[in-house]
Design a protein around this ligand. Structure first.
Ligand code: ADP
Ligand code: ADP
Length: 226
């Protein structure tokens, strides 16, 4: 069974623009799937439909064995990591990571255990009392990942998470994201327009163009033997 099944999905925006056209894609359990394509090809729209932040116009979105077309984001158990990290500046690193657990009113002991474990995994233990403004870009990125990890989500969704970082940090974060994903084995869908990211991170790469899924292949097939 696929972790995420996208079945004949279409998206027509309110102004009539067709951003995603009849896309079907099975994402396997534990797979690192990259969505690539030129700006405006529909990558973010597709990702937002997976997470439930955007309604689908027709087709089916299936997470595990459940059709989630009408389910709100909070009922899909997916964790999205945004480009700007969406950290709360007034909260400590600990509380930023704990945020989804606080929303769910998890008991303090559970919050402490999960946040401590995530921080260890992400090498953020010494920074738990600091504010996001006191962290480097890479550390902020890791806090955003920590927030995704504590939810024990069925999948991670990334929308160009590294595009605001300088080249050196981008390289480091690529390595960290991959290491984290392999260690946790969590199904991941990752939007980028960066070929290096697609090549180094992806088990498979799905290529979108003008809302149409053009090709799904391993990075090797796509970039070495086009
Ligand atoms: P990508 O992530 O590949 O850059 P998007 O999914 O953000 O592309 O956008 C796909 C297309 O849909 C673009 O042409 C964009 O202008 C259009 N689009 C995005 N959001 C809306 C909206 N709310 N209403 C109308 N068109 C939109
Ligand atoms: P509402 O305003 O209806 O309460 P929110 O947008 O504040 O909804 O989000 C409520 C819940 O939806 C959050 O607790 C979270 O679980 C989920 N959610 C929101 N945005 C995302 C996202 N980007 N990725 C995953 N889950 C999200």
């Amino acid at each position: 069974m696929a972790a995420i099944t996208i079945k004949n999905v279409n998206k027509t925006y309110a102004d009539g623009f067709k951003a995603v056209k009849d896309v079907s894609l099975d994402i396997a359990d534990g797979e690192f799937m990259i969505l690539v394509g030129p700006s405006g090809c529909g990558k973010s729209t597709l990702l937002r439909m997976i997470v439930g932040l955007e309604d689908i116009t027709s087709g089916d979105m299936i997470i595990g064995d459940k059709r989630v077309n009408e389910k709100a984001p909070r009922d899909r158990n997916l964790a999205m990591v945004f480009q700007n990290y969406a950290l709360y500046p007034h909260l400590s690193v600990f509380e930023n990571i704990a945020f989804p657990l606080r929303l769910r009113k998890a008991p303090d002991a559970e919050v402490k255990e999960r946040v401590t474990n995530a921080a260890k995994l992400l090498e953020l233990t010494e920074h738990l009392d600091r504010k996001p403004s006191q962290l480097s870009g890479g550390q902020r990125q890791r806090v955003a990942m920590g927030r995704a990890i504590v939810r024990e989500a069925d999948a991670f969704l990334f929308d160009e998470p590294l595009s605001n970082l300088d080249a050196k940090l981008r390289g480091q974060m690529r390595t960290e994201i991959l290491r984290m994903q392999r260690r946790l084995g969590t199904t991941t869908v990752y939007v980028t327009h960066d070929q290096t990211e697609a090549m180094t991170l992806g088990d498979r790469v799905a290529v979108l163009r003008r809302g149409v899924l053009q090709q799904v292949a391993s990075p090797r097939e796509l970039y070495e033997h086009p």
